[in-house]
Design a protein around this ligand. Structure first.
Ligand code: PLP
Length: 401
């Protein structure tokens, strides 16, 4: 009998579809504004110099082998990743009350984190920002955690709907998880201000909600590791227990190496030990243990002061190029007298900008101007460079009509 004939063709992922449509377009002025990865001013992927050098040293080291890592991954990497995120002088780090495991980048970390919470926290639901990175929703659903939403984007101000968010958190059921983007919110590019973060922490403390931070862009948003970790560190200094998914895809350009970590900040080191033991039980039947190469690279970059300095300055350059592209795009939109206020282009941060363009206007960007983007209005600033910003500005102006 036919075993698989009943299966229907699944729809393509929207981001992947955009990438394919871009590749198949032969127009010379085509622009890829859909890509979720950094591009240089020449439109090319970037291999960080610090990463290249770390890789060279690893391969030249006679002690390097390809043995299995433990279930929780490369222990030195886990510690260095924890310190980068929380700060070396974090009380949670010093008191050894953070359970950390290496994961398959940020996505794998979220999936293990969600599974762990489903098994051991008995959550009533997870509250996710509307809008968010699409995979968040599916990841928590797959872990059998009901998904609810809090308002986040205010289309009028093109900023955070802080009152809507606070009200939703205030109404959250007991034992809710709250998923928060640590910095550079995807897709909107708007983050709460420090004062707004304090208000979020106030209501979450009062309601005893569990923060789950997704940190996919540390250092990539502002160029500063410390500033981009502000929210996480503030919550921990206020005594919150929390879960954090960390990715090195963007900030080290290690997309395809799939390197990340999951950290669970507990009240005591005894609790963290037990949590770690159970995280291993979650991981073992999924993929046994994580891949080694990306962990060796990230650990080398974080461990070697010279390499770390090179990396930090490269990260600064990367974030500055994006900030610069925001500036030139805004100036060009103003220069060609584009109707409306476009200052959100420069006030938003990180890889993405939420333009406010409607789905029909996005279609015009794609069909007439060969500017490939998501139809929710999100553009990747990394796709903009000194050769195409004028074309993009003209496309935006035309699409408004
Ligand atoms: N979280 C957010 C908000 C993201 O934008 C991404 C990637 O685009 C990820 C997590 C996970 O990325 P990765 O699995 O490549 O680390």
């Amino acid at each position: 009998s036919d075993k698989f004939g009943h299966i229907k063709l699944a729809p393509d992922d929207a981001i992947l579809q955009t990438a394919i449509a871009f590749r198949n377009d032969s127009h010379t002025d085509k622009v890829n504004l859909g890509v979720g990865a950094y591009r240089t001013d020449e439109g090319k992927p970037l291999l960080f110099r610090a990463v290249k050098e770390a890789e060279k040293q690893i391969l030249a080291d006679p002690a390097t082998n390809k043995e299995y890592l433990g279930i929780d991954g490369h222990l030195k990497f886990n510690k260095l990743a924890q310190e980068l995120l929380l700060g070396e002088s974090s009380s949670a780090v010093l008191e050894k009350r953070v359970a950390s495991v290496q994961t398959i980048s940020g996505t794998g970390s979220l999936r293990i984190g969600a599974e762990f919470l489903s098994m051991f926290f008995n959550p009533s639901c997870v509250l996710i920002s509307r809008p968010t990175w699409g995979n968040h929703i599916t990841i928590f659903e797959r872990a059998r955690i009901p998904v609810k939403y809090y308002p986040y984007w205010n289309p009028k101000t093109k900023g955070v709907d802080i009152e809507g968010m606070i009200n939703a958190l205030n109404d959250a059921p007991e034992k809710s998880i709250v998923l928060l983007h640590a910095c550079a919110h995807n897709p909107t590019g708007v983050d709460p201000t420090p004062d707004q973060w304090e208000r979020i922490a106030d209501v979450m403390a009062r309601k005893d909600l569990l923060p789950y931070f997704d940190s996919a862009y540390q250092g990539f948003a502002t160029g500063s590791i410390e500033r981009d970790a502000f929210a996480i560190r503030m919550f921990i200094s206020r005594g919150f227990q929390c879960v954090i998914s960390q990715s090195f895809a963007k900030n080290m350009g290690l997309y395809g190496e799939r390197i990340g970590a999951l950290h669970i900040v507990c009240r005591t080191s005894e609790i963290a030990d037990k949590v770690l033991s159970q995280l291993k039980i979650v991981i073992r039947p999924m993929y046994s243990n994580p891949p080694m190469h990306g962990a060796l690279i990230a650990a080398k970059v974080l461990e070697d002061p010279a390499l770390k300095n090179i990396w930090l300055s490269e990260l600064e350059q990367v974030s500055q190029r994006i900030i610069q592209m925001r500036r030139v795009l805004l100036e060009e939109l103003v220069r060609i007298e584009t109707p409306g206020d476009w200052t959100h282009i420069t006030s938003q941060i990180g890889m993405f900008s939420f333009t406010g363009l409607s789905p029909a206007q996005c279609e015009n960007m794609i069909k007439k101007w060969h500017c490939y983007m998501l139809t929710n209005g999100r553009i990747s600033m990394a796709g903009i460079n000194s050769r195409n910003y004028q074309h993009v500005a003209r496309a935006i102006k035309d699409s408004l009509q």
